[in-house]
Design a protein. Structure first.
Length: 65
């Protein structure tokens, strides 16, 4: 590790607004993905408190390994 790496500031954490309450959270949970005809898919995030309302968790498509 170099001295410069130790002295640089940490990157800003990823934040996203909750689709239910609208609060910005630094620990967003993916609760939905909407495919679009053009461009990347739109990912919907929820705060941990509201994520359980959407049934967030492993899905049948998730690999167990």
């Amino acid at each position: 590790m170099t001295r410069e790496a130790l002295l640089t500031s940490a990157p800003e954490p990823f934040t996203a607004p909750c689709v239910r309450c609208g609060r910005t959270t630094t620990v967003p949970v993916v609760v939905g993905v909407t495919e679009r005809t053009s461009g990347p898919p739109m990912v919907q995030y929820a705060c941990p408190e509201d994520a359980v309302r959407y049934g967030a968790g492993p899905s049948p498509e998730d690999e167990i390994g």
